[in-house]
Design a protein around this ligand. Structure first.
Ligand SMILES: [Zn+2]
Length: 309
């Protein structure tokens, strides 16, 4: 595909992916801040980075899973995006390891096909050691996080409502920290600024996101995540961001991009059956960030049709 055509589609995919249908009213500001870092469509920038940094047979870590507090289970945003991106990466010969924690394990595993899923520890010292162990066992070329809690400057994890969830989150910030130390590329997807990798736009998050600068917990340092990423994709939901990257990767590698509304329904049913709940309604239904099923499917179909047009 010609460069010009690729960019035209890349912009359209970004437009679909970044629709603020969950009505958080912060997506546009976060999106603009992320684009200013790379000066091109975000999903395309992430796909190009993956293509540049990987060869057939390489390994990528996908880190996902965000707990819903009162339910103590994983939300529906994250694992479906991880599943679709993983499938696309496998079709170009990339090996995968999924990383989550105890609380999100069942839901992440439900979407993970036969990919190994690692339960990442909550304890800080063990979490630090686990980063080194996983790198030495798999030598990943790229790390991708999709809707994964990111710690603030006091290494505390929070929900969008400013509630502290540090006691239930595996400290996967150590993985990004280690990657940065040894020069391994990191790519992140977020939709609220409290996710792993959103440290790249921390000032925007502090300024525009409710609880960004001040949380509801005694740490008082806000929900803004501090750990940065090399490319940050901001979407209306993080799933859409991951689909957008899979779509752009398909364009770059001349693959057939297949994920549409129908396969989205099937994927969400696996996630719900494994215990996943919608982060807004907190119900066990195939909503994503409060976006009802038919609307979510429209966006998924829109990404599909832009990619295959
Ligand atoms: Zn706090």
């Amino acid at each position: 595909m010609k460069e010009e055509e690729l960019h035209r589609k890349g912009y359209m995919i970004d437009e679909a992916v970044s629709l603020d249908l969950p009505l958080r009213r912060v997506v546009q500001k976060l999106y603009e801040a992320a684009v200013a870092k790379v000066n091109k469509p975000l999903c395309l920038a992430a796909a190009e980075k993956i293509a540049e940094k990987t060869r057939k047979g390489d390994t990528i870590f996908i880190i996902t899973g965000f707990p819903v507090v009162s339910k103590d289970v994983c939300e529906t945003d994250g694992p479906p995006g991880a599943a679709v991106l993983a499938k696309t990466l496998m079709s170009i010969g990339i090996k995968l390891v999924m990383v989550t924690d105890e609380l999100c394990f069942d839901v992440v595993s439900a979407g993970a096909l036969k990919i190994p899923v690692v339960k990442y520890p909550v304890d800080n010292e063990t979490a630090k050691e686990t980063a080194e162990e996983l790198f030495s066992a798999h030598s990943p070329s790229v790390l991708v996080s999709i809707e994964r809690p990111g710690w603030n400057e006091k290494q505390e994890y929070h929900t969008m409502s400013g509630v502290n969830i540090s006691n239930m989150v595996g400290k996967t910030d150590h993985l990004f920290g280690y990657a940065r130390k040894i020069g391994v590329t990191t790519i992140a997807m977020g939709d609220g600024g409290n996710e792993l990798g959103c440290g790249s736009i921390i000032e925007t998050v502090r300024k525009h996101v409710p609880y960004g600068a001040k949380c509801q917990c005694p740490c008082g340092k806000g929900i803004a995540a501090t750990t940065p990423s090399d490319v940050l994709v901001v979407g209306g939901t993080s799933n859409w961001g991951a689909y957008g990257i899979a779509a752009c990767l398909s364009l770059l590698k001349d693959l057939n991009y297949r994920h549409n509304g129908k396969s989205e329904s099937r994927l969400l049913s696996y996630i719900i059956n494994a215990g996943g709940v919608d982060s807004v309604t907190k119900d066990s239904q195939p909503f994503v960030d409060g976006v009802p099923t038919p609307i979510n499917k429209l966006v998924v179909d829109l990404i599909w049709s832009i990619t295959n047009a």
